[in-house]
Design a protein around this ligand. Structure first.
Ligand SMILES: [Ca+2]
Ligand SMILES: [Ca+2]
Ligand SMILES: [Ca+2]
Ligand SMILES: [Ca+2]
Length: 479
């Protein structure tokens, strides 16, 4: 059941929201929405700079999440293969990234929820220290909130007009925190609806950042698939926006002087907007950072990540349309990197793929209806967002995923679209019997969106989770 407590939200939503009903208003602009059609009108440049270095993709250790701290740590993003992937000054974390693992304090995997707003304005979220007070802040689409209380909100651009739950997402699909222009103030990279241009917004610095002054924006380029990563593919200490653009897989390098940003091609791709399942990680060992999607993984050429076409290693990581954010780390501790992926962002399935010398064996964590799932939990559909992070702080990476709220709204073909929008931390346990995943419910009312992030938001040493979805923006503080 979706939020039978709709009544509890009526007071706040009366003016703008249809209370999350399952009906689709006649004449709505959802047709041709988030999976069915669309064109890629994006621009992309061929590589403009060579870089022969290999990626600092980190090892296969599993004791540290990628991405950095709010106060200037590195950010590799979208990767959980071990160490942060190189210097990325003044970067925080973003959609599909997690903050650093916090050692020495074990969390309960029980959470309390704080609501930042309840509008369908954006389904991407990032953390970073936007006002440079040493405290982690949160940004989702048009707003950022001052940590650690997150009671004060500031607007950086006007929110999109349609904010009903059942509407398509006109706002951000992924947000990343990064000091694009190197002026010491964390800027915002906002990946928009597939097939439409994405932008970066320049942090105006103090005191303007703490007002509602508009942040100056510049176009990055156009991404077409529905998932992305923010990772240092070239191993030069600068993360890029990784995904599909204009018929190619590759990444946009941050360049404050260029618009669009330079695009480095990994491989050709079909130009269908709305595909699913993208990630990065150190799949093959060594130092290279590899590209992952639902159909396999790609290793960089020996002469360097920007020296030519990457090599595809076909491997199905999907069952249907493909998953969401993908990750690679050594799940079972045998020294070989495994892959984590949802199987179908608009259907069912979450799995880990155990690697033995380049061959992968699929192990389902959650399957379709009636499956024997981890911890005996019921199956959930629409795993449109997934994150790997050591949530409880025991040194082993865990998985955060669950049901997105209206990944497609009811009537758009997704099974169980009105089911309980539950999401979990799946705690990784390595035991004598092998790998098990212990599910812990984080929330069963708001659901997930297109992406999520996790770090210690309130400075108590425990990793928290931040979600932006069609229900709004929510923080989950670990107890
Ligand atoms: Ca701050
Ligand atoms: Ca800046
Ligand atoms: Ca853990
Ligand atoms: Ca915390």
């Amino acid at each position: 059941m979706i939020r039978s407590g709709c009544a509890g939200y009526v007071a706040l939503f009366l003016f703008s929201v249809g209370c999350g009903t399952a009906t689709q208003p006649p004449g709505s602009n959802m047709a041709g929405g988030e999976s069915s059609s669309g064109s890629s009108s994006g621009t992309s440049n061929l590589p403009t700079s060579g870089n022969g270095g290999s990626s600092g993709g980190g090892g296969a250790s599993d004791d540290a999440a990628a991405a950095g701290s709010s106060t200037g740590g590195s950010s590799g993003g979208g990767n959980a293969s071990g160490a942060p992937d190189g210097a990325a000054p003044n970067s925080g974390g973003g959609s599909g990234d997690a903050g650093p693992a916090v050692k020495g304090k074990i969390g309960t995997l029980k959470f309390t929820r704080k609501t930042l707003h309840m509008m369908n304005f954006a389904e991407g979220i990032a953390f970073g220290d936007y006002n440079k007070d040493g405290k982690v802040d949160v940004l989702s689409g048009p707003y950022w909130w001052e940590g650690p209380a997150f009671d004060v909100k500031h607007q950086l651009f006007p929110p999109p007009p349609n904010n009903a739950y059942g509407n398509m997402t006109l706002g951000d699909w992924a947000d990343y925190a990064y000091d694009v222009d190197g002026d010491g103030w964390v800027d915002s990279i906002n990946v928009m609806r597939p097939g439409t241009p994405s932008y970066w917004y320049k942090n105006p610095g103090m005191p303007a950042v703490q007002t509602d002054v508009a942040w100056a924006k510049k176009e990055i380029g156009t991404l077409s698939w529905e998932h992305y990563a923010f990772a240092d593919m070239a191993g030069k200490g600068v993360p890029g926006v990784v995904g599909e653009s204009n018929g190619a897989f590759g990444w946009f390098d941050p360049d404050p002087a260029a618009s669009p940003w330079p695009f480095h091609k990994i491989a050709g791709a079909d130009n269908y907007t709305w595909n699913h399942g993208v990630g990065t990680g150190n799949v093959q060992g060594g130092n290279a950072r590899d590209f992952l999607n639902r159909d396999g993984w790609w290793s960089p050429p020996a002469a360097g990540p920007t020296s030519g076409p990457w090599t595809m290693h076909p491997q199905s990581f999907k069952n249907g349309v493909g998953g969401s954010q993908m990750f690679a780390f050594d799940v079972d501790g045998d020294g070989q990197t495994d892959v984590i992926s949802a199987l179908n962002a608009h259907g069912y399935g979450v799995a880990w793929f155990q690697q033995k010398n380049g061959a992968f064996t699929q192990h389902d964590i959650v399957g379709g209806p009636g499956a024997m799932n981890a911890g005996g939990i019921p199956s959930f559909s629409q795993p449109h967002a997934l994150l790997v992070a050591d949530v409880d702080g025991d040194g082993l990476q865990d998985i955060i995923t669950g049901k997105s709220f209206y990944a497609h709204p009811p009537g758009r073909g997704d099974p169980d679209a009105t089911g309980t929008p539950v999401f979990y931390v799946f705690k990784l346990i390595r035991g004598a019997q092998g790998v098990t995943w212990e599910p812990h419910v984080v929330d069963s009312e708001e659901g997930l969106g297109r992406s999520l992030t996790a770090t210690d938001l309130n400075g108590d040493g425990l990793v928290d989770i931040a979600v932006a979805c069609k229900h709004g923006v929510f923080l989950f503080f670990q107890q």
